[in-house]
Design a binder for this molecule. Structure first.
Ligand SMILES: [Zn+2]
Length: 338
């Protein structure tokens, strides 16, 4: 088959890669309906993560089960399935506590920007829909796999509740779906920090009540103005830089909660400074598997339409252009048709 392979910074190619096979009897092979490019794929693409090239790319997926290993019992051929970027057994103590992305047997998915994908621990990792969904719903199901699951965790980990005042730092696809998630959880006021008109528009569609275009000190000042000097109950940090993290911490009220779901790059925190803020911090790779049944239901019933974050659609052959468009912020998120 051919899929996306990263050879070095800025060099992603649609290239030959071996067809996946059942390696372990608990594996499944799925035929991708659609796949996409993640904001986190841009870190290695920009040379900011060490990568062993050539590296097959992609970890967001949904599709039809093509083959299962002999130990797979709940997932069967022909089902439409969705899974998370972290394969998990769904049975170990960490999974039972809801932290599937820290599963004792966790395997990171890679190579999903391709027509076929091997999914380990298929019974634990994958969730099947009751029937194969119509084509127009498929992008929203794909979004559940990571970007919505991560935005949802961001809102949940920041303890968003009915009536909450929420600030979302970061207007990438995860931040935008953090807005949608906070809205679903009943937030009363949702402030999106964004400088980009198309992203502001989508944030408003997803439920943002206010937009702040400033960053850093000025951004914090605007949050304080909007909240009459109190600060936000919940802040979703969806970037992963020092500036965004500090902005998030300083935007929260004493006792407020901050979630952080952008992979931190060069972020250091001062414990003494944190001590006097009284804030709660809760982040990490989102345990998307925990939320899959609920989120699939919301998509199935048309209650949410997270697929709207895909503002560029390309055939998989043009994956290099998909990365460029996201790198240059011409696209929020690229959907790839296999
Ligand atoms: Zn587990």
């Amino acid at each position: 088959m051919r899929g996306a392979v990263l050879y070095g910074p800025g060099d992603v190619r649609y290239d030959e890669s071996p067809d996946p096979t059942i390696v372990d009897p608990a594996d499944a092979i799925i035929r991708m309906s659609v796949t996409c490019i993640c904001g986190s794929d841009l870190w290695p693409y920009r040379g900011l993560n060490p990568t062993t090239a050539p590296a097959p790319m992609g970890h967001e997926y949904c599709g039809i089960v093509e083959e299962v290993g002999r130990d797979v019992s709940s997932i069967t051929r022909g089902q439409f399935v969705i899974g998370s970027f972290a394969a998990s057994d769904n049975t170990c103590p960490h999974c039972r506590a809801g932290y599937h992305s820290s599963c004792a047997h966790r395997e990171w998915i890679t190579g999903a920007q391709a027509p076929l994908l091997r999914v380990p621990m298929a019974d634990g990792t994958l969730v099947a829909t009751t029937e194969v969904p119509p084509a127009d719903l498929v992008p929203s199901f794909l979004a559940v796999s990571d970007v919505l699951g991560t935005g949802w965790f961001a809102a949940d980990a920041a303890n968003v509740k009915p009536g909450s005042v929420v600030v979302v730092v970061g207007d990438g696809a995860v931040g935008l779906l953090g807005v949608l998630s906070a809205k679903q959880m009943g937030a009363e006021r949702i402030v999106a920090m964004s400088r980009h008109a198309p992203r502001q528009k989508l944030a408003r569609e997803f439920g943002a009540t206010d937009i702040i275009t400033h960053r850093g000190d000025e951004g914090v000042e605007r949050v304080m103005e909007l909240t009459k000097g109190v600060g936000a109950d919940a802040v979703l940090e969806c970037v992963g830089t020092q500036e965004s993290m500090m902005q998030a911490i300083r935007s929260a009220r004493p006792g407020g909660s901050i979630s952080y779901v952008g992979i931190p790059h060069g972020v250091t925190l001062d414990a003494a400074q944190l001590f006097f803020t009284h804030v709660h911090l809760h982040g990490g790779p989102a345990p998307v598997r925990r939320y899959l049944p609920e989120l699939l239901q919301l998509v199935q019933t048309g209650s949410i339409n997270p697929g709207k974050v895909f503002d560029l659609e390309l055939p998989l052959e043009q994956v290099a252009e998909g990365y460029r468009a996201m790198d240059e912020r011409r696209a929020i998120k690229t959907l790839l048709r296999t």
